[in-house]
Design a protein around this ligand. Structure first.
Ligand SMILES: O=C(O)CCC(=O)C(=O)O
Length: 240
């Protein structure tokens, strides 16, 4: 674990092989698919909606007990806490991301641009429910980019090494909120089914929203919490 935490601190992302067993994933997949099918056509209320790229359902944990058990998995949250070097993490939100065959490359972005959280201690787990070969568009990370504040600076500066590799169902990548990332087009004939869970360090305070995305995220994912207050609405349980 020490090695993983060091890689995560240096690169801003890490691949954890076999975080879930193949049997676990075989249980998770129908649960997440069922939730996904039941609400996929409803509007999700977010503005960073990459709807041309994939179908996304947010906060599946609120939609079934079985989905909640998956998202609240303590082992996943413990790894998130260890990577961030903190004692405890809360949930920001989860997402089922289903990228259909033929969908284009996910553009480069930094997640923290969207989040009204006054911390750099955030991490997203990207957990495939199906093996993701190179042609299905695994995540692509610019190693070391999490240390940079803005994309403009990144573009002006020299490039970082770019890292991407296929995953098996049961593996997961973890990336920091500042890590510049993208994902390949889905050139296969299968849907690329992913669960993401976003964690942040317990004790984090809400920042003054710096843009419209953050203002909407504050309303949707931290209901009732004001800038300067601790980020701990009923939607953000402690997971570890
Ligand atoms: O799955 C993808 O294509 C992109 C996911 C992503 O950007 C994220 O989980 O932060």
């Amino acid at each position: 674990m020490q090695d993983l935490a060091e890689s995560f601190a240096r690169d801003g992302h890490v691949l954890v092989r076999g975080i879930a067993s193949r049997d676990q994933i075989a249980e998770y997949r129908p649960v997440i698919r069922d939730v996904f099918e039941s609400v996929k056509d409803e509007k999700q209320g977010r503005i960073d909606d990459y709807s041309k790229l994939f179908m996304q359902v947010t906060n599946i944990w609120r939609l079934s007990d079985a989905a909640r058990q998956i998202v609240f998995n303590r082992h996943f949250a413990q790894i998130a806490a260890q990577l961030l070097g903190v004692k405890s993490v809360r949930l920001y939100h989860d997402q089922a991301l289903f990228k259909p065959p033929g969908a284009e490359r996910t553009p480069w972005h930094q997640d923290r641009y969207y989040w009204p959280l006054d911390t750099d201690r955030t991490v997203t787990m990207w957990l495939p429910l199906i093996d993701v070969a190179e042609e299905m568009g695994p995540m692509i990370f610019a190693s070391g980019s999490h240390h940079v504040e803005a994309l403009a600076k990144l573009i002006a500066d020299r490039g970082w090494p770019v890292h991407s590799e296929p995953l098996r169902a049961g593996d997961a990548t973890f990336h920091a909120g500042g890590t510049l990332h993208s994902a390949g087009a889905n050139r296969s004939n299968k849907v690329r089914e992913i669960l993401t869970v976003i964690y942040f360090a317990s004790g984090t305070r809400v920042a003054q929203p710096a843009n419209e995305n953050q203002r909407v995220d504050l309303e949707v994912f931290l209901p009732g919490v004001k800038p300067g207050e601790e980020a701990k609405s009923a939607m953000n349980p402690v997971l570890f």
